[in-house]
Design a protein around this ligand. Structure first.
Ligand code: TYD
Ligand code: MG
Length: 467
C-alpha cells in the first residue's frame, strides 16, 4: 500500500507545500503553514474504521417549496442586488473596506424589514450595544423591533438564536470577531472565521432563517482569511466606494439565486444611506460639456444603463518615459488603446503624458468603454471638445476594428432620456432602430473616429480664423 504522504497547507491562502516553511510563497504570510493530512480523514487512514452511513431519502426536483422564499427589504437598490430580496435559508456575505458603511446599510435593512413585520436579530461583535443604539437613532431605526445583541462567541450566539420564534433574518457584524470553543486557534484566524461561518450557515439551512454575514476586506482586497468563506456562502456582495465621494456601490460578485452583474447605488448622508435610483445623473452631475478630453460613455451594469464621463488629459511630456495614469479603468486596456491609436490611426502619443479618469470615482469594467476612451484621448490631443449631446460606446479590437457590444437599444434609450440626442457606436450593431439615429455616426474602425474628430477640429480652426 502506498504510504500516505503528509503535506503542508497555508491556512491563509490554501497553497499546498511539500515541506514546512516559515513563509508562504503563495501569499507571503508568515507562520501560516501547518501539517495537514491529505486525505482529510476521508476514507479513513490506517486504524480508522469508517462509520456505517445512514441512508437519506432521495427526492425529485419538482416538489413543494415554502412560499415567499425571499424576504424583501423594500429598499429597491438592495433588493435588486440580492436578486429580489434575501433568500430564506441562505447565507449572504457582505464585504467591504472598514468604514465604508456596511453596518449602516444593514441596520437600515434591518429596520426596514422589521417595519414589515419580520423578526430580525442583529448581532454586533464590533460595537457595544450603546454604540449600535446611537447609530440606530441617527438612522431613525431606534423605534423598530430589531433585536440586538453584542456577542462574539459562536455557541452563545447559536443558543440565543435558537430561543423563541425563528428569526426571519440574522445579521452577524462581523465574521472576523466570531470565535468558537471548538476551534483552538486565536479569534480572527482563518480557522476561527471558517468555523464560525460554518456554524452560522448550518443554522440558516436548518431553520430557514436568512443569514447576513459582514466581512472586512483586508488590504489585499479579499475578505479576511482570504477567500476562505466566499465559497461557503450562497451570495457575496461587495460594498465599494471612494472615500473622497459620498456615494457607495453594492455589487454582486456571486449569487446562487440571482444575477451576478447587478449594482445598487447609494449616497452616504448624515442620516445614513440614501438610495440613488438614477445613477447617471449623479455621475454626470458636474459636467463641463465644453472642455476638450471629455466623452460620455453609455455603459451597462447588469440590466441597468449607466452614463458616465470619461476624462482624458494628453500633454507633452518632460520625462524620458511618458507617464500613464488611470483612475477608474484598467491600465492595461489603456495601453492597448494607445497602441491601436499609434499603429492604425497615426496618432502619435509616445511623447505625451496620458492621464485618464472616470468621473465621480466610478469604476468601469466593460470593454465597451474603449471607444469613449479613444474619443476622450483624441479630443484632448487635438484640443477640440466633443459634441456635448453625444454618447460613445463600442469595443476596440487590436486590428483597430470597432466591435458591436450588447444591449445597444438600452444604452441609446438611457442616453436619450438624459438629453443625449446622438451616439457614436459600432456600425454592425444589431438592434439599432431602422435608418439609424439622426446625427449619429456608426463607425467601423477607430480611424473613422479620429477622422471625424480631426474634421471638426479643422472646422473649428476655420471658424476661429474667420472671427
Ligand atoms: P459604518 O457603517 O460603521 O462602516 P462599516 O460597518 O463598513 O465599517 O459607517 C462608517 C462611516 O459612515 C463613518 O465614517 C461615518 C459614516 N456615516 C455617515 O456619514 N452618516 C451616517 O448616518 C452614518 C450612520 C455613518
Ligand atoms: Mg461596522
Amino acid at each position: 500500500m502506498a504510504k500516505a504522504k503528509t503535506q503542508f497547507v497555508c491556512q491563509n491562502c490554501g497553497t499546498v507545500h511539500t515541506r514546512w516553511a516559515g513563509k508562504c510563497d503563495g501569499c507571503g504570510e508568515w507562520n501560516t503553514i501547518v501539517e495537514d493530512d491529505p486525505m482529510g480523514g476521508i476514507g479513513g487512514g490506517p486504524g480508522k474504521t469508517p462509520k456505517k452511513g445512514r441512508a437519506v431519502a432521495l427526492t425529485t426536483l419538482s416538489g413543494e417549496t415554502e412560499e415567499a422564499p425571499r424576504v424583501q427589504t423594500g429598499i429597491s437598490e438592495l433588493d435588486r442586488v440580492t436578486g429580489g430580496g434575501f433568500v430564506r435559508g441562505s447565507a449572504v456575505l457582505v464585504g467591504g473596506d472598514p468604514g465604508i458603511g456596511k453596518s449602516t446599510l444593514l441596520m437600515q435593512a434591518a429596520a426596514a424589514l422589521s417595519r414589515r413585520g419580520h423578526r430580525i436579530i442583529y448581532v454586533s461583535g464590533e460595537e457595544a450595544v450603546a454604540q449600535v443604539r446611537l447609530r440606530a437613532q441617527r438612522l431613525g431605526a431606534a423605534n423598530t423591533d430589531v433585536l440586538l445583541a453584542a456577542e462574539t462567541n459562536v455557541e452563545d450566539i447559536l443558543a440565543t438564536l435558537a430561543e423563541g420564534k425563528r428569526p426571519d433574518l440574522v445579521i452577524i457584524d462581523s465574521i472576523q470577531t466570531l470565535w468558537s470553543d471548538t476551534a483552538d486557534s486565536a479569534p480572527g484566524t482563518v480557522t476561527q472565521v471558517r468555523t464560525g461561518v460554518q456554524a452560522m450557515i448550518r443554522f440558516a439551512k436548518q431553520t430557514g432563517a436568512a443569514m447576513v454575514l459582514v466581512g472586512h476586506v483586508t488590504k489585499e482586497g479579499q475578505i479576511a482569511g482570504p477567500r476562505v468563506v466566499e465559497h461557503m456562502v450562497d451570495a457575496v456582495l461587495y460594498f465599494e466606494g471612494d472615500r473622497g465621494h459620498h456615494y457607495r456601490i453594492l455589487r454582486t460578485v456571486k449569487n446562487r439565486f440571482g444575477p451576478t452583474d447587478e449594482i445598487g447605488v447609494f449616497e452616504m448622508s448624515d442620516k445614513g444611506l440614501r438610495e440613488v435610483s438614477n445613477p447617471s445623473e449623479l455621475f454626470l452631475g458636474e459636467r463641463n460639456a465644453k472642455a476638450p478630453g471629455a466623452a460620455v460613455f453609455a455603459g451597462m451594469e447588469g440590466t441597468r444603463p449607466v452614463l458616465v464621463e470619461v476624462q482624458a488629459l494628453v500633454a507633452p511630456t518632460s520625462l524620458g518615459t511618458p507617464r500613464r495614469a488611470v483612475v477608474g479603468w484598467d491600465s492595461a486596456r489603456l495601453s492597448m488603446i494607445l497602441a491601436v491609436l499609434e499603429a492604425h490611426c497615426g496618432v502619435k502619443l509616445g511623447q505625451h503624458d496620458v492621464y485618464l479618469n472616470v468621473a465621480g470615482g466610478y469604476r468601469i469594467t466593460e470593454p465597451a468603454a474603449d471607444v469613449a476612451v479613444a474619443a476622450a484621448l483624441v479630443s484632448s490631443l487635438a484640443n477640440v471638445p466633443l459634441p456635448s449631446e453625444r454618447v460613445y460606446f463600442g469595443e476596440v479590437s487590436l486590428s483597430g476594428a470597432v466591435r458591436p457590444v450588447s444591449q445597444t437599444a438600452q444604452r441609446l434609450k438611457e442616453a436619450e432620456k438624459l438629453g443625449f440626442s446622438s451616439a457614436m457606436l459600432p456600425a454592425s450593431s444589431a438592434e439599432i432602430p431602422k435608418g439609424g439615429k439622426k446625427g449619429s455616426s456608426e463607425i467601423e474602425g477607430l480611424p473613422d473616429l479620429v477622422v471625424e474628430i480631426a474634421g471638426s477640429a479643422r472646422k473649428l480652426g476655420k471658424g476661429q480664423e474667420e472671427d
